[in-house]
Ligand binder design. Structure first.
Ligand code: ZN
Length: 452
């Protein structure tokens, strides 16, 4: 028997992250330890969010079983991947036969062990789906006890607005009869700053009517995404990337496209608010769009179009107010979720940052509240059984951390610095972090909703 002296330290249930982009890491023979998360005290991650997942998901889960993973991991079946497989990048409504095919893919995902269906209605091709289509597909997930996880159609003022999107998500839950989980809840852009209170009121009203609504949030004022969805209107993406590139140069579409991109840039807070964190054009990385434009003696939009033509571009988009972040964080239905992606410090820092900055320093929430929102709340709301609490008979996902040293280290300049303060992390009863260091253990399990 091994005894760990936890005097003066905090012992808590392992953290659960409901929104990650860890699929590639977990599937890689080098990065499957998931160390960015273990060092934050995260013992279970969900991935396949924002509507994008592998298809079929069964083989991905099997690969994790065979290869071993450092944390527990669960998958959602991605509605955008499903739509893309059946309809490509078409902006049309599905025929009855296509809808049937999509339903079968969602059903297969659920049968393979998905915890629910994710959608990314902000992104093409999911953006081309009417609410009714999302409802039909969500019904399949709901019948199999899954939940609906959404990157909403609009978190700002792009199309149906933040509040319209919250109402849409709730309608999907009501009509498809399944729990709704709103990913990375935020008020994106100055147009909607201050609307967190009204968003919360609408959600509380729905909950009072018996609709199960939860959300997650990362504690940063910049989102992380890529340049095309940020600036280019969705209609210009119909048919795929080649079609979009043609529209940039087509005199019939170019003026409207540029005018709308100008609007979108304004929504995001201007060119200075967009930091390029990774780019096919490596000279751009680490600069904001204004700096790139100045250096090249061109307008921010021209610079952006050049970058888009060169290939993919990850951006950190500074678009949130601290008042809204704090307001959402205080709600008892809002859990911690990293949405971790390359180039943004949230992948390595979310959970410790919430504790260090928002609980211990600013006292926006208490430490127990922060811990619950990072563990039990996710387990109970998202159907992860026998985890999320320190309880006899539960899986031993246990963390021990030092309240004095727990902190995020990752920054926008150095987004891959490991967090500090986690002394011990136990996954399924096995120590993976000892004395503050990852020991190489692969004790995670591939979780299946229908086999818990
Ligand atoms: Zn998202």
């Amino acid at each position: 028997m091994r005894v760990i002296d936890a005097h003066g330290l905090i012992v808590a249930p392992g953290f659960i992250d409901p929104h990650t982009h860890t699929f590639d890491d977990l599937s890689s023979p080098q990065r499957h330890g998931n160390i960015a998360y273990l060092m934050q005290g995260v013992t279970t991650v969900i991935t396949g969010n924002d509507g994008t997942s592998p298809l079929p998901i069964g083989s991905a889960l099997q690969k994790w079983d065979q290869q071993g993973i450092g944390t527990n991991a669960a998958l959602l079946v991605g509605m955008c991947s499903v739509r893309r497989q059946v309809m490509g990048m078409s902006d049309a409504a599905p025929s009855p036969a296509q809808l049937e095919q999509m339903k079968q893919l969602v059903a297969q995902g659920m049968n393979d062990g998905a915890f629910g269906m994710s959608a990314g209605l902000f992104y093409a091709p999911c953006s081309f789906a009417a609410t009714e289509e999302v409802i039909e597909l969500s019904k399949v997930a709901g019948e199999k006890h899954g939940y609906y996880d959404t990157h909403m159609r609009d978190e700002g003022s792009y199309s149906i607005d933040l509040l319209g999107s919250i109402r849409e998500a709730i309608r999907i839950g009501r009509e498809a009869k399944l729990p709704v989980h709103i990913s990375h809840i935020k008020a994106l852009g100055t147009d909607v700053w201050g609307q967190s209170s009204e968003a919360i009121r609408i959600i509380r009203e729905a909950k009072a009517q018996g609709i199960d609504v939860t959300a997650d949030q990362y504690p940063y004022n910049a989102s992380g995404t890529s340049l095309v969805p940020v600036l280019v209107p969705r209609w210009a993406e119909a048919g795929g990337r080649d079609q979009m590139l043609k529209r940039f140069d087509d005199p019939g579409t170019r003026p409207r496209l540029l005018a709308e991109m100008e609007q979108n840039l304004k929504r995001r807070g201007g060119a200075q608010s967009l930091l390029i964190t990774a780019s096919a054009d490596s000279r751009a990385t680490g600069n904001n769009l204004q700096q790139i434009a100045d250096e090249r003696h061109e307008s921010p939009l021209s610079a952006a179009i050049e970058l888009i033509k060169a290939g993919s571009n990850d951006v950190a988009s500074f678009n949130m107010s601290e008042a809204d972040i704090e307001n959402f964080m205080k709600q008892d239905f809002v859990m911690t979720g990293s949405d971790g992606s390359p180039g943004h410090p949230r992948k390595f820092g979310t959970f410790p940052r919430k504790i260090r900055e928002y609980a211990l320093r600013r006292r926006v929430v208490s430490l127990p509240f922060a811990i619950r929102s990072s563990s039990a709340l996710a387990a109970e709301s998202l159907g992860i059984k026998e985890r999320g609490w320190l309880r006899v008979g539960y899986f031993a996902d246990v963390i021990v951390f030092d309240e004095r040293t727990i902190a995020d280290q990752a920054t926008y300049e150095k987004p891959e610095l490991l967090a500090t303060g986690m002394r011990y992390v136990m996954v399924n009863g096995k120590l993976a972090v000892e004395d503050g260091k990852y020991n190489g253990t692969l004790a995670g399990k591939a979780l299946r909703r229908n086999a818990q």
